[in-house]
Design a protein around this ligand. Structure first.
Ligand code: PEP
Length: 252
């Protein structure tokens, strides 16, 4: 069985000055959780990375950035490079979150370039894929997922280490969650594409579900054979709620 990963994404929320108190509160909730049973990560805004890394140590939570640039340095105002992450001791990043695709023009090609850069540098990426409501209604879910996955898999080998997050865009921040069966259907489809392209990588690849996940729905999602964890936006802002979700994931 793949070990579940419960990942939070603070997006552009909270304040650096509140970060230590967040982790103190989270640690209170998850200190008794068996870490052999669940991995935990938080993707925080770039200005909080150093504080979060320091504060997260006691709670045993990995810290990630929410995006990276594929180039190591240069004239790319506002961007964050992989060497900058490594210098801070950060080894994880999100790539291609739907908000990056929607508001910052990230395409399948840029997502692939970023994934390739992380694989080459030994940084762990959570690469996000997922269809919009309009695409689902037009029956294009499988086509969109295949296109997004093939772009990513083209830069991978069967030995690559990364994570996929399936996040149907219609379920992000809307309160709408895919049913357990809808999530399982999409995850099984994604895994089948990985198997078709890269064989046994499909057996160890963690595929997280994202879209209004919280403590009240995590257990049903994790009961699905192809759901290996969650990427959680809104509900990760509250350390008690996020900690409860982590605890429930460990007891599945
Ligand atoms: C996300 O930010 O990736 C996400 C899934 O958000 P939410 O949990 O708020 O839907």
């Amino acid at each position: 069985m793949r070990k579940p990963l419960i990942a939070g994404n603070w997006k552009m929320n909270l304040l650096n000055s509140k970060v230590p108190a967040y982790f103190t509160a989270l640690n209170e909730v998850i200190k008794a959780v068996d870490r052999q049973k669940v991995d935990t990560l938080l993707a925080v805004p770039a200005p909080f990375l150093a504080t979060a890394r320091e504060s997260a140590q006691a709670a045993g939570v990995w810290i990630a950035t929410q995006t990276i640039h594929e180039k190591h340095e240069g004239a790319f105002t506002g961007e964050i490079s992989i060497p900058m992450l490594k210098d801070l001791g950060i080894n994880w990043t999100l790539i291609g979150h739907s908000e990056r695709r929607q508001y910052f023009n990230e395409t399948d090609a840029t997502v692939a370039a970023k994934t390739k850069a992380t694989l080459e540098a030994g940084i762990q990426a959570i690469v996000c894929v997922g269809e919009t409501q309009a695409e689902r209604e037009k029956g294009q879910m499988e086509g969109v997922l295949r296109r997004q996955m093939e772009a990513v898999l083209a830069v991978c080998t069967k030995d690559s280490n990364f994570t996929i997050a399936y996040e149907p865009v219609w379920a992000i921040g809307t309160g709408l969650t895919a049913t357990d069966a809808q999530a399982e259907e999409a995850h099984a489809f994604i895994r089948s594409i990985v198997r078709e392209k890269l064989g046994s990588l499909a057996d160890r690849l963690r595929i997280l579900y994202g879209g209004s996940v919280k403590s009240s729905n995590i257990q049903g999602l994790l009961a699905q054979p192809n759901v290996d964890g969650a990427l959680i936006g809104g509900a990760s802002l509250d350390p008690q709620e996020f900690g409860k979700t982590v605890s429930l994931a460990a007891s599945r």
